[in-house]
Design a protein around this ligand. Structure first.
Ligand code: DSN
Length: 412
């Protein structure tokens, strides 16, 4: 960090403060993680200096002798890791990846069917405020009011009625496995393509701690920085028959030059994700989420679906008499960082909903095990029991900073 320090001390100081924040607090944001030093170094490498519009062997700029090798390596590793027929590693992040899929297969006004945003879908799955909801006729499916689970029969009926061109499975806040075969059957029945957005659980799929959508779906999109523990970026995995359409949609359809430093960091992350250590890590993530779910339920917290199969929990705080935003702010002050989140059929507004979303991927990367998750559950309960008790919150924050010293995160 010496060069940053001498060139721009203000940014240096801010990076150092953020590093300390990431060290001293318990990171429970379900979409975040800690990358390794190797991934950080690739991200900060000279590969950021190169323009490479196009694909390996077919670029619009010269000087691609090395970049082509980097991109080919990233693709080969991703194909191997997920058993994919074709992979495009150029999307800048999850939203452009999803938009590229729509560009590949849809015309403006065509119908898509995805999980409703307040039920755990992503903005790009057809939310009205997103390009996916503005340029396409977006139909949304809800979760079951009784169970909080995906209601496959209702989705089938909705698909029969609206005849979507693409059905989107995948989520940002659903704590259970998805039955990809059932989505496949629905898509086949109505002649739709099946797209799975596995951004949240891609790491668990890589470690075989979660069923894989890759052999089942036509197209799978994912970010690389969540449970997969890579740099901020994304990729699209698809059947060979869709390869040309997907590649053309990413470039030149949606994007210009790929971020080659990110591509290299992805390649590093894919190598890491193919190890036994990573596989064990993903299984520990799921165990840790289950342990936290158990301890929170013991304290009377209302978990949507009554638990978790993956890395995340969605908690409805209505019975605790506190809104999601006030809860998330009090928890953050205590050193427990998460986000407020809508719950299915939430009567409150999206910017102050009824719930919080909690993820176990980042804390597991820094070595938290079952007993540590029990402690996290106790802290959450203590804060939510007295969210306005500043003295208590300060005491917990000090305890957490001290506790975290024993768990140095990767990369820091
Ligand atoms: N913003 C991400 C999340 O937090 O789940 C989804 O892209």
């Amino acid at each position: 960090m010496e060069a940053i320090k001498s060139t721009d001390n203000e940014i240096y100081e801010l990076i150092k403060l953020e590093e300390k924040r990431q060290f001293d607090k318990v990171r429970l944001i379900a979409s975040e993680n800690y990358v390794s030093s190797a991934v950080l170094q690739a991200t900060g490498s000279v590969l950021t200096n190169k323009y490479s519009e196009g694909y390996a062997g077919k670029r619009y700029y010269e000087g691609q002798q090395i970049i082509d090798q980097v991109e080919r390596l990233a693709i080969a590793r991703a194909k191997e890791l997920f058993g994919a027929e074709h992979v495009n590693v150029q999307p800048y992040s999850g939203s452009p990846a999803n938009i590229a899929v729509y560009l590949a297969f849809l015309k403006p006004g065509d119908t898509i069917l995805g999980m409703a945003l307040p039920h755990g879908g992503h903005l790009t799955h057809g939310a009205k405020v997103s390009i996916s909801g503005k340029y396409f006729k977006a139909e949304s499916y809800a979760l079951s009011r009784e169970t909080g689970l995906i209601d496959y029969q209702a989705i089938r009926q909705q698909a029969m009625d609206c005849r979507p061109k693409i059905i989107i499975a995948g989520h940002s806040a659903y704590p259970r496995f998805i039955d990809f075969e059932r989505f496949r059957a629905i898509a086949d029945e109505v002649g739709a393509l099946l797209m799975v957005d596995m951004a949240h659980f891609a790491g668990l799929v890589a470690g075989e701690a979660h069923p894989s959508p890759v052999p089942i779906a036509d197209v799978v999109t994912t970010t690389t920085h969540k449970s997969l523990r890579g740099p901020r970026g994304a990729m699209i995995l698809c059947k060979e028959e869709y390869a040309a359409a997907i590649d053309k949609a990413v470039f030149p359809g949606v994007q210009g030059g790929p971020h080659n430093n990110t591509t290299a960091a992805m390649a590093v992350a894919f190598k890491e994700a193919s190890t036994k250590e990573f596989r064990d890590y993903t299984h520990r993530v799921v165990e840790n989420a289950k342990t936290l779910a158990g301890t929170l339920m013991k304290h009377g917290f209302d978990l949507i679906t009554g638990g978790s199969d993956n890395h995340l929990l969605l908690v409805d705080l209505t019975n605790k008499g506190i809104g999601g935003k006030a809860a998330a702010k009090a928890l953050d002050a205590a050193g427990l960082v998460m986000n407020y989140n809508a719950v299915p059929f939430d009567p409150r507004k999206p910017n102050d909903p009824s719930g919080i979303r909690i993820g176990a991927a980042a804390v597991t990367s820094r070595g938290f095990k079952n007993g540590d998750m029990l402690q996290v559950g106790e802290w959450i309960n203590d804060v939510i029991s007295e969210p306005e008790n500043e003295r208590l919150i300060d005491e917990i924050a000090a305890d957490i900073a001290s506790f975290c010293k024993d768990f140095p995160p990767p990369g820091l």
